[in-house]
Design a protein around this ligand. Sequence first.
Ligand code: NAP
Length: 292
Amino acid sequence: MAADGAVLVVGGDGLVGTAVARRLEGDGVAVVRTSRRGTPGTVPLDLAASPESWTVPRGLRGAVLAAAVTSTQQCRDHAVETHRVNVDATVELARRLSSGGTRVVLLSTNMVFDGTVAATPADAPRSPMTAYGRMKAEAEEAILATCLEAVVLRLTKVLPSTLPLIASWRDAWTRGEPVRPFSDLMLAPVSPAHAAEAIAAVTLASHPDRIVQCSATADVSYADVARRLAAAWGHGTSLVEPVSVAASGVVLEHVPRHTTLAAGTLQAVFGIETPDPWVAVDAVALAEHGVR
Ligand SMILES: NC(=O)c1ccc[n+]([C@@H]2O[C@H](COP(=O)([O-])OP(=O)(O)OC[C@H]3O[C@@H](n4cnc5c(N)ncnc54)[C@H](OP(=O)(O)O)[C@@H]3O)[C@@H](O)[C@H]2O)c1
């Protein structure tokens, strides 16, 4: 299959894959999306299936690897199957694309770090504390070592208006019931549109940095986010009852102190400013009111 000059978005029906494909098309770039769900207009590609079954288009301008098992719980509880998708198959696909002359952009995460340092620099040693983070760190290392010109783009939390947690808060507030978000679980949220702008820029332009990071300027807690949304939607912040992870009884693999990444390259090389964390939260608040 020839796809001259197009960008391949692997996982083109996921949250970030959808946003980046739309952004690229909005910029006039042809996009080929892959899906394992048979979504109309996509090329079928299941990373859990044998690599012989994959159709890898030729003549691509670039490829964004946005397919992964992203649930930390699934990665912890099904380590063998998820390692096959998030590491073995992802690295195999990157090598195949790269050997055909396609520049690969692997989407990764702040969770390759332990979060002891705020605004972690791109070249800090990897220190993952979760199964998901370890898989991403392994995939990063293998792809950077073996794929010429491949780039790793690390993202902090991408906050969509459709996040099920936020929908559950909104439903509770509508019923006049309180929610109990974590007071000590942090996120440095960026909007899907911001993440897509960064990914598109990194995919289309050649540049010397092999690791680029996309982050908000600061961390906020899930409780901070809930208070901001409750206020924006006209509910009293008394309907937000913050709770610590420890007091909640929920067992998480790791609770990082910081999730921010140093994102100076995006600004210096691509002119993309690092957003305040409230930009993404306020976009969610507005989307609820039909403003997108
Ligand atoms: N969202 C964030 O906050 C965030 C933050 C940091 C990094 N990232 C990274 O950004 C990338 C995209 O994340 P996302 O939030 O868009 O995740 P997502 O919404 O869960 O989408 C993941 C995509 O991967 C696909 N996928 C899963 N297993 C697959 C398999 N075996 N074969 C082929 N495709 C498979 C999914 O298909 P199905 O829908 O059929 O399952 C979906 O299209 C991931 O690499 C993630 O690690 C995301």
